[in-house]
Design a protein around this ligand. Sequence first.
Ligand code: CP3
Length: 357
Amino acid sequence: MTSSLGPDHPAHRLADSAYLRACRSEPASHVPVWFQRQAGRSLPEYMALRREGSILDTLRLPDVSAQITLQPIRRYGVDAAILYSDIVVPAECIGFGVDVKPGVGPVIEKPFRSKADLQRLRPLEPDVDTAHVLETIRIVVQELEVPLIGFAGAPFTVASYLIEGKPSRDYANTKALMLEDVSLWHELMNRLTDLAIASLRSQVEAGASALQLFDSWAGTLSSADYREYVMPHSSRVLTEVADLGVPRAHFGVGTGELLDQFATAGADVVGVDWRIPLDEARRRTGGAVALQGNLDPAVCLASWDHVAERVRAVLASNHSHPGHVFNLGHGVLPQTDPAILEQVVELVHAEGRTDGG
Ligand code: CP3
């Protein structure tokens, strides 16, 4: 691994972990597994630690956030941790006026509307603005024996929150702005790209051993619009963190028609939702990247026999390819029984094999 990180960085110590090997498409002792949204939401021990009010307040308590990050490692035995934080944190920390309402998601006091709003998006100074996030990472990596995944929202998905002002179904205001004022759109995307880069770099420097760029809602775009308005910015995020030498994953929901572009944007790992099988995703990504996925999270609400059958189907559709990180196609649903996820991890570890592993 070529890396600009110091010799004591956890990425070196954990370089041969199953998760980091799979990200590099190298055979490992077992197929690694972690779950998107494994931290928070469904664990009773999370409910016990979580205070009233916004997740943003809990995130300002590094000791508590570190424990929440570690809970799913202890409970499930997953192969990677994901930082307990949120994609709107950098925007909130530079004072854009963001809240995260329990049960709703991010809401914006004054949504992004015009050129004047650009001044509300100054550059991120991670050591000052997100000192609490970096402190959480330092605490976590001291206790952790598997890699920690740092993350950022991709420019499009963050823009969709800033523009819509709340979770949206149709992204109408976002798409209208993109078409009506192309130069403002690209200026906004440039600012959000810089925000993501600064945040990701600081998370890796603080101890994260891998990165994930969440473009959760990119699947709402046509392939042509994605190519013109979004891909260059996501690609800049991924390439400007390449020198860190840690694996970069790129995830979105409903991105079956965008997988060819996701595979060439600069990521080492591409997330796949449950809509297409992994062998088809591998065909669409040209075999150039590792794949992450892709059990339908809703399947985990069914009884174990059904879950086991679907877990085995995901493993089968990977055909023992070394570049597979088992995951859900999207996040853990809050009503999921943690015992089912424990069993999923056991089954993947017992039966998931990659060539030469
Ligand atoms: O395990 C983890 O995923 C760790 C931490 C994490 C959170 N948000 C904590 C959170 C991560 C990686 C995110 C990323 C995130 N946030 C994404 C990308 C991933 C995805 O799921 O597509 C997106 C789109 C957001 C925006 C967001 N934040 C939404 C849509 C919601 C509400 C939805 C819900 O399930 O409640 C949030 C709130 C949020 N972020 C919660 C948590 C644990 C729940 C709120 C709470 O406890 O108050």
